[in-house]
Design a protein around this ligand. Structure first.
Ligand code: SF4
Length: 120
């Protein structure tokens, strides 16, 4: 069964609108991409959408109550609710440096959660 889908490519600021026909998980037809990177982007979106996750983690006894964090690589979008719960349950102690690993090897994915600002 062919499914029509539409994407906005986020790879560069041009933001091409890309239309595809997906047949059994494979791209049968594509239009709107102005370069091959758009094709790669849509292939990944169809196969497994990936996102950088940004959030905050509680800090105990710091000059700020939370520290902003992000994953250092994109993670499967479907896992974001589980990741957000893990981050909500976490509490860290200062001092925290920018880039410091708050969680190493998140869920065994070889992805780290790192601080994006310092906390004293
Ligand atoms: S398809 Fe190419 S030109 Fe268009 S937004 Fe994506 S990367 Fe940019």
């Amino acid at each position: 069964m062919t499914e029509k889908r539409r994407f906005i490519c986020t790879i560069c600021p041009r933001g091409c609108e890309i239309k595809v026909e997906v047949d059994n998980g494979r791209i049968a037809k594509i239009s709107g991409n102005q370069c091959v990177r758009g094709l790669e982007y849509v292939r990944q979106e169809v196969k497994e959408p990936m996102r950088i996750v940004m959030s905050v983690v509680k800090v105990r006894g710091g000059d700020l109550p939370t520290v902003s964090v992000k994953t250092d690589r994109p993670v499967p979008k479907r896992l974001i609710p589980e990741i957000m719960k893990e981050l909500a349950d976490l509490e860290v102690k200062p001092p925290i440096k920018i880039g410091e690993k708050i969680i190493e090897n998140l869920m065994g994915m070889n992805v780290n959660v790192v601080a994006t600002r310092p906390v004293k």
